[in-house]
Design a binder for this molecule. Structure first.
Ligand SMILES: [Zn+2]
Length: 210
């Protein structure tokens, strides 16, 4: 049943929508002007607007399993269409690719798709993670959790490279940001090119949400 969603919507209408009605009406009457494209995982525990404390109008969100970016040379895909529209038409100045530790899609690729039917849509989709997984497999890391974390990190960087395979992105001034959300403690880490590492943003106690 989805009763909790309907009652949640009623609460939204009475609360947020009522309180912010002027803002929402103004927003609806203008062309949207988001500050960033956010490409993230569909995982129900990774909520872009929640982890960035943003309002309607702030983020142009694309979510799919394992935050995969299809290549610019591939046939029509929702990721490509969204990038072209956001960057080309809306002139959104930032693109974020945000992965997350504990990503089941990345893990499925790491474990060789044990439970996935060959030829299924999911198996084909996760092929977009293979480059990252193959790269970390060569690192010789034996610890399964560390390997998983490394694969999540490599996947974000690979997907960001794929973002740049779009002419619409290459042709404009746009800033690129590679992020990882740790859903175990609510911590965001941001890729630092100079350090070649994901660096925790405003570190907090790891016990916060555990
Ligand atoms: Zn995921």
């Amino acid at each position: 049943m989805v009763d909790h969603l309907i009652s949640g919507h009623r609460a939204y209408q009475k609360g947020y929508a009522q309180r912010e009605k002027d803002f929402l009406r103004r927003l609806a009457g203008e062309q949207q002007n988001p500050s960033a494209v956010f490409i993230g995982c569909s995982d129900s525990r990774v909520i872009p607007e929640l982890l960035t404390a943003t309002s309607p109008g702030d983020l142009f969100v694309v979510r799919n399993i394992a935050n995969v970016v299809t290549l610019g040379s591939e046939l029509v895909t929702s990721v490509g269409a969204a990038l072209e529209y956001a960057v080309g038409s809306l002139k959104v100045p930032h693109i974020i690719v945000c992965g997350h530790y504990g990503c089941g899609g990345v893990q499925a690729a790491l474990t060789g798709y044990d439970n996935l039917e060959e030829g299924s849509a999911l198996r084909k989709w996760l092929g977009g993670v293979d480059d990252a997984v193959n790269e970390v497999r060569q690192s010789g890391e034996k610890d399964a959790d560390k390997l998983w974390r490394r694969a999540v990190e490599a996947n974000v960087l690979h997907q960001m490279e794929r973002v740049q395979s779009y002419a619409a992105v290459r042709d404009v001034e746009v800033e690129l940001h590679s992020w990882i959300f740790d859903m175990f403690n609510g911590q965001l880490s941001i890729y630092d090119e100079g350090l070649d590492a994901f660096v925790p943003e405003a570190p907090t106690s790891t016990s916060t949400l555990r």
